[in-house]
Design a protein. Structure first.
Length: 93
């Protein structure tokens, strides 16, 4: 089932708000542990990086294609041209 443009836009906006909220909470957490002299561990850094990547992905989807069309997917690729058979030097008889 295909979503309408408004529903899809609202869905993306809510995902973006949720991720921004998580990033803000993570920022506050990092500020608090830095006040105690503790550095964030590798898991915290990985989680923050994943959230940033997801945020950028959703923002790019929300912006839509650059050419301004309503098409959300890239156009289909053309099939490659047929290549001649290059097995051996013999010509067909």
């Amino acid at each position: 089932m295909t979503q309408s443009a408004k529903v899809r836009q609202h869905d993306l906006e809510s995902k973006i708000r949720k991720i921004r909220g998580q990033l803000e909470a993570m920022k506050e957490y990092k500020r608090l542990i830095a006040a105690d002299g503790i550095d964030p561990d590798a898991d915290d850094k990985v989680r923050e990086s994943e959230l940033i990547v997801r945020l950028l992905y959703f923002e790019k989807q929300l912006a839509g294609p650059k050419n301004g069309t309503a098409q959300s997917k890239s156009p289909a690729r053309r099939a490659p041209a047929a290549r001649p058979n290059r097995r051996g030097n013999r010509k067909d008889k």
